[in-house]
Each structure stands twice: as C-alpha cells, then as structure tokens.
Design a protein around this ligand. Structure first.
Ligand SMILES: NC(=O)c1ccc[n+]([C@@H]2O[C@H](COP(=O)([O-])OP(=O)(O)OC[C@H]3O[C@@H](n4cnc5c(N)ncnc54)[C@H](OP(=O)(O)O)[C@@H]3O)[C@@H](O)[C@H]2O)c1
Length: 282
C-alpha cells in the first residue's frame, strides 16, 4: 500500500492516477476528505501533517509514502511524517523536495525549508529517495487569466531561463521510486528537456494555441502584489519571489537527464504540456 500525501495537489493528484493505472494499491491523504474530488475507489484518509495523531492511522499497513509538504512549516511536517513512518514500520519515504535545495549558493527560504525537511527524513531512519524538481511547467497556468483576457503573459525576470519540468514526469519518477528497487538513497534532480525564458514560453504557447501572444516584463514588486492578490500570505509571497529571482542564475537552467534515466522515456517538452492544457488557455 502506498500513501500519497498532497493527493489533492498538482503532483500528488497525478501520482494517484498513475498508481491506479499501474494497479498499485494506493491510499490518498488530505485534510478535507469531503472536498478531495479524488477518483472513485481510492481510499481517502484524513491526515494533517501538522497533527502527528492523524498520521498514525493514515500510515497503518503502508509500505511506502509519497511525502509532499509545503510552506514554512514543512521541516516540522517532514519530521512528523518521518517519526510516524518509522513507528509504523514503513519501508520507504519518497520526498518531493525542490531542485535548488542542491544549489550550495541557494540561501533563500524555500530551499532552506526543504534542506531541513530532507534532513528530518534522513534522520527518521526510514529508507528514502529525494525528488528535487526545478520549476513546474504548471506554473504557466498563472498566466491563463491574462492570456484569455489580453493575449498577454506578464512575468518578471525576462532574462532568466528555467529548465521547467512537467508534473507528470515528476509523478512518474516518484512512482518508480515508490514501487521499484534501486532508488533508495538516491537524490534525483529533475528538469524538462530545455531551459526557457518567459518570452520563449510565450512563443511556444502562441504557436500551440494558434494565436499571437505578447510577453510583457513586470517588476518583481508587481509580481509580489499579484501573489498577494491571489491570497498568498506575505511570508510565502516573499519566499516565492526570492525563488523567482534565482531564474537569473545558471543553476535553474541546467538540463538534467534524470527523468529519462529513471522512467525510460524522455522528459516531456513545454509544447507537449501546453497541448495537454490547451483548454485552460482558450
Ligand atoms: N511550483 C514549483 O515550481 C515547484 C518547484 C519545485 C518544488 N516545488 C515543491 O512542490 C511542493 C508543492 O507541490 P504541489 O504544487 O504539487 O502542491 P500543491 O498543488 O500546492 O498542493 C499542496 C498539497 O499539500 C496538501 N497540504 C497542505 N498543507 C497540508 C497539511 N498541513 N497536511 C496535509 N496536507 C497538506 C494539500 O492537501 P489538502 O488541502 O487536500 O489537505 C495539497 O494537496 C512544495 O514542496 C514546493 O516547494 C514546487
């Protein structure tokens, strides 16, 4: 039995589908089972990573855990899962971390939280695999409203390139790590096949969607204000903006062969991703 935490989120939801397709018994964790919207037939368990007591029943009979944690509390949440998993006799934890955790120069909050979370998982004594993706292709969904309204992508750091990765590929790497031998103790940094600036992503969006689109560079202050407008709290908005600024550094533009090495098929391109999400920009 695999327990998927973050099962209602971007990566976890795809992972649940992939495990179902592979015929692997899966249990989905969420804080709100009634609102989870998970596929019929998937056992859903209420678990809050902030509440250790909720983790014990969620982990009962579980062989491997996909650990998805987020925000400033994630080091404590990862420690909670590590301790509960060790007590439950879980065989392995596959933690979704962040690519820049592996950049020794990265001292902004998100890689720092994940470094502490990874350490808590290692300290738990449970066998582990770290999955460290660079930026998600799905972040481009934030541009969907302005594409729909004004045929425009507004984003800061126009000179920065990120080797964005499809969450379908992130989930696929996690799936292999959860169910196959040979992945314990590995740290997998994941990218897509190409580093792209927001302007280059705009060109690909325009080509696939079949209409002209414009890229306009916004200031970091405008981008931060937009995050606050989406309801993101100030601490998280600052952490996200510190991460976005690192698009200007070469680390985020490195293309890694890991998706193909682990899954046996090439990483999906941004054009593939846009084709799969065309309706969301229509
Ligand atoms: N976006 C990027 O470019 C990027 C790049 C690299 C790494 N990452 C990392 O990816 C992770 C985010 O992944 P995602 O985008 O797939 O997540 P997401 O879509 O933001 O979803 C967050 C998930 O976490 C669950 N959750 C939140 N707080 C929880 C708690 N206290 N207890 C239990 N579950 C909780 C939510 O479940 P419920 O609400 O149903 O409980 C939800 O399923 C973060 O660790 C981030 O640092 C992101």
């Amino acid at each position: 039995m695999i327990l998927v935490t973050g099962a209602t989120g971007t990566v976890g939801r795809v992972l649940v589908d992939q495990l179902l397709e592979a015929g692997v018994p899966v249990r989905a964790a969420t804080r709100r089972p009634d609102a989870a919207g998970l596929p019929a037939g998937v056992p859903v368990v209420r678990a809050d990573l902030d509440d250790p007591d909720s983790l014990t029943p969620a982990l009962d009979g579980v062989d491997a855990v996909f650990l998805l944690s987020t925000g400033p509390d994630l080091p404590r949440h990862d420690a909670n899962v590590g301790k509960a998993a060790a007590a439950a006799g879980v065989g392995r934890i596959v933690k979704l971390s962040s690519g820049r955790t592996g950049d020794p120069a990265a001292d902004d909050p998100i890689p720092a939280w994940h470094r502490a979370g990874e350490q808590a998982v290692r300290d738990s004594g449970v066998a582990w695999t770290m999955v460290r993706p660079l930026g998600f292709m799905t972040n481009a969904l934030h541009w969907a409203p302005s594409i729909r309204r004004r045929d425009t992508v507004s984003a800061p750091y126009g000179q920065g390139r990120i080797a964005v990765v499809d969450p379908v590929d992130i989930a696929a790497v996690a799936r292999h790590a959860l169910i196959e031998p040979g992945h314990v103790g590995h740290t997998y940094t994941l990218s897509g096949p190409q580093a792209l600036s927001p302007g280059e992503q705009t060109e690909i969006l325009a080509e696939v969607l079949g209409r002209p689109l414009r890229y306009e560079e916004t200031s970091p202050e405008q981008a931060r204000a937009a995050l606050l407008g989406f309801g993101v709290d100030a601490e998280m908005a600052d952490a996200i903006m510190a991460l976005r600024a690192t698009a200007l550094e070469s680390f985020t533009s490195i293309v890694h062969p890991t998706v193909e090495e682990v899954t046996g098929r090439p990483a999906r391109s941004f054009a593939d991703w846009v084709r799969a999400h065309r309706d969301e920009f229509a």
